[in-house]
Design a protein around this ligand. Structure first.
Ligand SMILES: [Ca+2]
Length: 270
């Protein structure tokens, strides 16, 4: 892994992205988003809700990614990966990482993290880092730099493939997801006709609905078929600004609430 930016520059960029708040912006307002919402309205469908079931305090700070193996919750801060039991007891914390870490997912005893230089002016420095879910030690890295331009920011595993999504510094980009095979060879890229505030922060496949849930950095989220066809989007609004998401069971997802410094167990409801 070559390094061009200085440690200081990287730290500043990481901190900036960690604390950037979309609160001042008209969240998710764009012709594409309005069209999606209008279609949903025509179907007489109300926006989905995210109902909070319970939560526990997150003590490391700067939450980005979240994943679960059903027995533990893994929380990715910009530079640290931490592991909690289901009651919120901190069990382990990784060594300090390099580069901006965003969304994470759990698969087969490993944590996969979307990692990037996250440069406003564009960068080809994007990877998926692989961590041991027991020890939180880094095991491997996969270079995905050819497929992203700003910030590889979200990741999910579904049906033998990894799906990596892009984050941005603004609200002016169509949502963008790249499907990779298990060895991180790119299979297909998807541009989705929706503009998540600051791009996609997290996504996960929900077996109970046979759809992906996609979280923005704001209150917008949506469900979408595995085809990632915009026509299948069912939009939703959360009661707080979202970060990454993880499937726990048919009625529960876990979500990072960075502003509230908590891990939220929630239900996606009609
Ligand atoms: Ca996740």
């Amino acid at each position: 892994m070559k390094s061009v930016a200085s440690d200081t520059t990287r730290r500043v960029m990481g901190v900036l992205l960690a604390f950037v708040s979309p609160a001042h912006l008209a969240l998710g307002s764009s012709p594409e988003n309005d069209a999606v919402r209008k279609t949903a309205t025509n179907r007489k469908a109300k926006p989905l809700k995210l109902e909070i079931l319970r939560s526990f305090p997150e003590t490391v700070g700067g939450q980005q990614g979240i994943a679960t193996d059903g027995k533990h919750v893994y929380v990715q801060a910009t530079l640290y990966l931490s592991k909690y039991d289901m009651t919120g007891k901190l069990l382990a914390k990784s060594a300090k990482a390099r580069w901006h870490h965003g969304g994470i997912c759990h698969h087969d005893g490993k944590i996969y993290a979307a990692v990037s230089e996250c440069a406003k002016a564009g960068t080809r420095k994007h990877w998926v880092f692989v961590y041991d879910a027991k020890t939180l030690e880094r095991l491997a890295e996969h270079d995905v730099g050819a497929k992203f331009e700003v910030c590889a920011g979200g990741i999910a595993y579904y049906d033998g493939h990894f799906y990596v999504a892009e984050s941005y510094w603004d609200n002016d980009h169509d949502d963008y997801v790249v499907q990779f095979d298990a060895e991180f060879k790119p299979v297909r890229s998807f541009k989705i006709g929706f503009k998540c505030p600051y791009g996609i922060q997290g996504l996960d496949y929900l077996p109970s609905t046979k759809r992906f849930v996609v979280n923005s950095h704001g209150k917008d989220f949506y469900l979408i078929d595995p085809s990632l066809d915009s026509k299948t989007i069912q939009p939703g609004r959360a009661p707080f600004e979202l970060q990454d998401v993880a499937y726990l069971n048919p009625t529960t997802v876990v979500v990072n609430d960075r502003d509230g410094k908590r891990v939220v167990f929630a239900r996606i409801a009609e």
